[in-house]
Ligand binder design. Structure first.
Ligand SMILES: Cc1cc2nc3c(=O)[nH]c(=O)nc-3n(C[C@H](O)[C@H](O)[C@H](O)COP(=O)(O)OP(=O)(O)OC[C@H]3O[C@@H](n4cnc5c(N)ncnc54)[C@H](O)[C@@H]3O)c2cc1C
Length: 452
C-alpha cells in the first residue's frame, strides 16, 4: 500500500494545475497524481490535430511539468474511493492512502440518444489519443463530413477538417446562429462574421435544425434533420457539450448534483478532506449565483488553483464563473467575457452598452494591424461592467481577458474610462482610440450613475 500527503485523481487541465498549485503552497508535502491515460492531450488543441498540428502526438501535455514540480505520476485508473479510510483503490490492485484528496475527473462528451447513433464513422469528440487517431485516419477516406454543433468546438473542427482535404463539410446547429450560446444573442455581429468566414471556406451551415436520425446500414451514409431534410454523410463528428464524470465521487457517497460534484466556494466537497475542481464539479454564475453549465479549461484551472491552495488552510474563494471564450478562424478572432446584453436582461439587469472600433496599431498602416471592435455591457444600476464582446485579429485574445479582469474586479464604466494603459505603435491601439476605454466612455454618456 502506498501513501502520499496529497493525491490528485485526473491528469488533465484541472488535475495538473491542482497538483502544481499544491506544490507551490505546500513544498514539504508528498504529492501523487493518478491518471488513467498514458498520454494526455491538450484538450483545447484537439480540433487542430485535424489540420494545423497534424497528429495527436503534436498536441500533448508534457509529463515534464510533473517531474519539474516533484509530483509522482501513476498511470492507472482510480476505481474506488473509501473516504472513511482515506484510501483510493486502483484497477491494478494497488491502493493509496492520502491525507488530502483532489478529484479532477473531468467530463465525457455528450452523445444524443437518437436512432443510428452507434453506426460506424460516428465520432463523439473524446479526449483520447487512439480515438482521435482513428478519426484522423477515417477523415482521409471520406467525402461528406457532418459536424453536429456550431459552438466554438464545432466551428474549429469544421475549419481544421477542411484544411488540405477535398471534402464537403456541413455543420448542423439547432439554434438560429453559430456560436449563439457563447455570445448569448441572435443577430450578433461576431456570430455573423463567423458564419461569413465559414461560407467563404465552402463550409455549409444549417441552423435551426436538430439531428433526429443517423442513416445507413452498419456505417453512416446520411443524417436526417428535424426539418425532414437528409444530408449525405460518411462521417459524423459530435461536438455538443459534455457531462461531468462523477462516478468515483458518487460511488464513494460524496454529494453530487445534476451539474457535477457539489463543492463550496473553497472547492471542498461534502468530505472535508476531499476537494474537487474542473469539469467534474458543479458551478455557479459570478453574476447571479445560479448554477452554471459552462465547462472550460480556463474555469477548470482557476478552480484547481483555488483547490490546490486551500488543502490545509483555506486562503482562496471561488467568486463563480464569469465565462470567457475566444476562438480564431483564419485572421478573424471573436471573443466574449461575461454576459451579453440579452443575457443580462434575462437575469434581471437593466443594462447600458457602449462600443468602439479602432485599429490595434498606430498608425493603422503598421504591420500586423487589425481593426478591433469592442462592445461593453454595464449594469445600469451601479455602472459595473458585466460583459464584453470583441472582434478583430489575434490581439482580441488578450483584450477579452482584460475585460474579464475588469468584470471580476467589479470595475465601473468610470474606472474603465480612466484606466491607465500602456501603448506602443507596434503592439497596441493608440492611446486616443483605445477601444476598451472608448467603449466605456460611450456607455457613460447614457449613464446616470457615473462614479463610486
Ligand atoms: C475539442 C475541445 C476543445 C476545447 N477548447 C477549449 C478552449 O479553447 N478553451 C477552453 O477554456 N476550454 C476548451 N475546452 C474545454 C476543456 O477541454 C475542458 O474544460 C477541460 O479539459 C477540463 O479539464 P479537466 O481536467 O477538468 O477534465 P478533463 O480534461 O476531462 O480530464 C479529466 C482527467 O481525469 C482522468 N480521469 C477521470 N477519471 C479517472 C479515474 N477514475 N482514474 C484516473 N484518472 C481519471 C482522465 O483520464 C483525464 O486525465 C475544449 C474541449 C474540447 C473537447
Amino acid at each position: 500500500m502506498k501513501q502520499a500527503d496529497i493525491v490528485v485523481v485526473g491528469g488533465s487541465a484541472a488535475g495538473i494545475t491542482a497538483a502544481i498549485t499544491a506544490r507551490r503552497h505546500h513544498p514539504e508535502k508528498t504529492i501523487l497524481l493518478i491518471r488513467k491515460e498514458k498520454q494526455v492531450l491538450i484538450p483545447c488543441g484537439i480540433p487542430y490535430i485535424f489540420g494545423t498540428v497534424g497528429t495527436p502526438e503534436n498536441n500533448l501535455i508534457p509529463d515534464g511539468v510533473l517531474q519539474a514540480n516533484n509530483i509522482e505520476l501513476i498511470v492507472d485508473e482510480a476505481k474506488e474511493l473509501n473516504p472513511a479510510e482515506k484510501t483510493v483503490f486502483l484497477t491494478s490492485g494497488e491502493s493509496i492512502i492520502y491525507d488530502k484528496l483532489v478529484l479532477a475527473t473531468g467530463s465525457y462528451s455528450l452523445v444524443p440518444p437518437i436512432p443510428g447513433i452507434n453506426k460506424r464513422n460516428v465520432y463523439p469528440i473524446k479526449k483520447d489519443v487512439q480515438h482521435l487517431k482513428n478519426l484522423l485516419d477515417a477523415l482521409n477516406d471520406v467525402k461528406d463530413v457532418v459536424i453536429l454543433g456550431c459552438g466554438f468546438i464545432g466551428v474549429e473542427f469544421a475549419d481544421e477538417c477542411k484544411k488540405n482535404r477535398d471534402i464537403n463539410v456541413t455543420i448542423v446547429e439547432m439554434l438560429n446562429q453559430c456560436l449563439q450560446i457563447a455570445f448569448g444573442e441572435e443577430a450578433c455581429k461576431c456570430c455573423q462574421e463567423v458564419e461569413d468566414y465559414l461560407a467563404d471556406k465552402g463550409i455549409h451551415v444549417i441552423t435551426g435544425s436538430s439531428l433526429v436520425e443517423v442513416l445507413g446500414d452498419d456505417k453512416i451514409t446520411a443524417v436526417k434533420l428535424s426539418s425532414g431534410q437528409e444530408v449525405k454523410a460518411d462521417l459524423l463528428i459530435i461536438g455538443i457539450g459534455v457531462k461531468p464524470n462523477v462516478v468515483l465521487a458518487e460511488n464513494a457517497g460524496l454529494t453530487v448534483g445534476k451539474g457535477g460534484i457539489i463543492v463550496d466556494a473553497t472547492m471542498r466537497t461534502s468530505d472535508p478532506n476531499i476537494f474537487a475542481c474542473g469539469d467534474c464539479t458543479s458551478k455557479f454564475s459570478f453574476f447571479t449565483g445560479q448554477p452554471s453549465g459552462l465547462r472550460l479549461a480556463s474555469i477548470a484551472t482557476t478552480e484547481a488553483r483555488i483547490a490546490g491552495a486551500n488543502l490545509y488552510e483555506i486562503s482562496r474563494k471561488n467568486p463563480g464563473v464569469v465565462g470567457v471564450f475566444s476562438t480564431a478562424l483564419g485572421n478573424l478572432t471573436v471573443a466574449m467575457a461575461g454576459m451579453s446584453a440579452k443575457g443580462a436582461k434575462e437575469c434581471g439587469f437593466d443594462v447600458i452598452t457602449g462600443y468602439a472600433e479602432a485599429p490595434d496599431r498606430h498608425p493603422g498602416g503598421m504591420p500586423g494591424m487589425s481593426k478591433i471592435w469592442v462592445r461593453l455591457v454595464f449594469n445600469k444600476a451601479n455602472g459595473e461592467l458585466v460583459g464584453g464582446a470583441v472582434r478583430g485579429g489575434p490581439s482580441v485574445g488578450e483584450l477579452v481577458n482584460t475585460i474579464s479582469a475588469c468584470i471580476q474586479n467589479r470595475m465601473r464604466a468610470s474606472d474603465i474610462a480612466t484606466f491607465q494603459i500602456g501603448t506602443h505603435p507596434a503592439v497596441t491601439a493608440s492611446p486616443i482610440a483605445y477601444q476598451l476605454v472608448n467603449a466605456a466612455e460611450m456607455a457613460l454618456k447614457n449613464m446616470t450613475f457615473k462614479s463610486k
